[in-house]
Write a protein that binds this ligand. Structure first.
Ligand code: PEP
Ligand code: MN
Length: 264
């Protein structure tokens, strides 16, 4: 179902109000790793909107490595995201971690994000395959391209064909970056599959100073969009501050992306 043999036109996901993923535009999804407060998400939403992003990202249910780290605001966070959408017109994307949260996530989000840690959670994939809502499936931390595409097949096989893939780096031996951003997967997957593909240079590198150059590279090799972490004060972020762009650097990144991809 993911392959060009099954479908000969590129999949374009239309979120309404002119926001499309997989079309001619480079779609930018920007926002904090986690929704931390009403003020934080509204402030970030205004910044990312002003820079030209189409979607606001922000986790309300967070998959943290340590159980003692901030776990997200849950439904309260989703309400703040919805308020930010109301004010700015940005569409929203947020992570679904568990089948038990499907109803609450469905009530608020425009796109469901499935994180790297859940890429092979097959019962979750089957459950979202039955929903009428676009899904962005992140590549698993050590997933091969075949495993990633088969995970997308799990979703599509249940009827939901609005699947977006997201390359967010894979784990290798390097210690200098959080993950190794697999840029070659971008053209490779697009040669195999008609699904739109987004690049996440924030998780792909884990270092804010590498985010813009890698975002540029991803746009240059043909990504359909970029997901990027932006925080008004990265030094005070409750998660992933070291890989989040400050507002000024986010604006610079957007300017540089515009030079590569004239449609944004
Ligand atoms: C995220 O987008 O904040 C996230 C947790 O990403 P990943 O699943 O790629 O680690
Ligand atoms: Mn993050």
């Amino acid at each position: 179902l993911t392959s060009w043999n099954f479908k000969q036109e590129k999949t374009v996901i239309d979120l309404g109000d002119g926001v499309k993923i997989g079309g001619d535009e480079l779609t930018v999804m920007a926002g904090p790793c986690s929704v931390e407060s009403r003020e934080q998400i509204l402030k970030t939403a205004r910044i990312v909107k002003a820079g030209g992003a189409q979607l606001l990202r922000g986790g309300a249910f967070k998959p943290r490595t340590s159980p003692y780290s901030f776990q997200g605001l849950g439904e309260e966070g989703l309400k703040y995201m919805a308020e930010a959408r109301e004010e700015t017109g940005l569409k929203i994307i947020t992570e679904l971690m568990d089948i038990e949260h499907i109803d609450v996530i469905m009530e608020y989000t425009d796109v469901i994000q499935i994180g790297a840690r859940n890429m092979q959670n097959y019962s979750l994939l089957k459950a979202i395959g039955k929903l009428d809502k676009p899904v962005m499936l992140k590549r698993g931390m050590s997933a091969t391209i075949k495993e990633w595409l088969l995970a997308a097949e799990y979703v599509m096989n249940e009827g939901n064909h609005d699947v977006i893939l997201c390359e967010r780096g894979v784990r290798t031996f390097g210690e200098e970056t959080r993950n190794t951003m697999d840029l070659s997967s971008i053209p490779l997957v697009q040669q195999i599959s008609h699904l739109p593909l987004i690049a996440d240079p924030s998780h792909g590198t884990g270092r804010w100073e590498l985010v813009t150059p890698v975002a540029r590279a991803a746009a240059a090799v043909g990504a359909d969009g970029i997901m990027v972490e932006v925080h008004p004060e990265p030094q005070n972020a409750l998660s992933d501050g070291h890989q989040s762009l400050k507002p000024a650097n986010y604006h610079l990144m957007m300017d540089e992306l515009r030079a590569i991809h004239s449609s944004i």
